[in-house]
Design a protein. Structure first.
Length: 277
């Protein structure tokens, strides 16, 4: 995220660097609380004011990563409307908020809207790439777009987006991309390939991705008819979701739905009756 800095407010740069590091550690509740406190500080014209907009963008981003999609979406809509793209710093903050909006819309299964927003963010980033460091935000938005395309059942397109983005990803982000790639392969029925990609994910994904690798692996195992292994994987996924994510996070519901499928009757069994019935 672009940080607001001047010679007289370098402490704000240090504060936001610390909060971003805490975000990377998955401390979303703490980050959101502190960012909201900063945003609420008085903004007086006769002294340096805190970077109000950056604090609000950081707070809403933390809420999205925690999984409070509906609540965060309302706030993001208001924030984006107020953040006019006047000046590069304000424009970057607005783009970050819009990228977070893609995640919120996707979590609420409003995939068509999410795709429109993601493509708009990518176009604007391309227009300012010569003036600002946009590669990190571009990579994140492309990752979000791939998830949206999976939601739209356009799995081949999602695969292409992920593969085009993998070469510049590293660390936890690379692991999350491999999981998203596996998700797109599941959608194409390429279950063995999907399992291979999931195994490239780190054993402990970032908190916002908690439960996702096991959920995708369970889907692949179920597709291969390996129901017992699939059940083990989806139970691990659900346990991680319940431990690390907010109770309303959509992934928790997805894990419960898949568990019901994996442990339910085989397709067609429920329609089989006893002879003579």
């Amino acid at each position: 995220m672009t940080t607001i800095r001047t010679a007289r407010d370098s402490q704000w740069g240090e504060t936001f660097a610390r909060l971003k590091a805490m975000t990377g550690e998955g401390r979303y509740e703490e980050v959101e609380a502190e960012a909201r406190t900063l945003a609420a500080l008085p903004r007086r014209p006769w002294r340096r004011r805190p970077p109000h907009w950056e604090a609000r963008v950081l707070a809403t981003g933390a809420a999205v990563m925690h999984g409070r999609m509906a609540e965060a979406l309302d706030e993001l809509d208001t924030l984006i409307a107020e953040l006019e793209p006047v000046g590069l710093n304000s424009q970057m903050l607005r783009l970050i908020a819009r990228s977070n909006r893609v995640v919120a819309l996707s979590g609420l299964r409003r995939y068509a809207e999410a795709e429109t927003v993601a493509n708009g963010v990518l176009r604007e980033l391309n227009q300012i790439a010569h003036r600002a460091p946009v590669s990190g935000l571009e990579a994140n938005t492309l990752r979000h777009l791939a998830t949206v395309l999976c939601g739209l059942a356009r799995h081949e397109e999602a695969e292409a987006v992920v593969r085009g983005n993998l070469s510049r990803a590293n660390g936890p982000a690379a692991g999350v991309l491999h999981t998203t790639l596996a998700q797109s392969l599941n959608g194409q029925g390429r279950y063995e390939e999907a399992l291979a990609e999931v195994r490239r994910s780190p054993p402990r994904p970032p908190r916002y991705a908690a439960g996702h690798p096991d959920l995708v692996a369970a889907e692949a195992l179920y597709g291969l008819g390996r129901r017992a292994e699939g059940e083990d994987a989806v139970r691990r996924s659900l346990a991680d979701c319940e431990r690390w994510l907010h109770p309303v996070h959509p992934r928790t519901g997805e894990a419960r739905a898949l568990l019901a499928r994996v442990t339910g009757p085989e397709p067609g069994e429920e329609s089989r009756g006893e002879p003579g019935e």
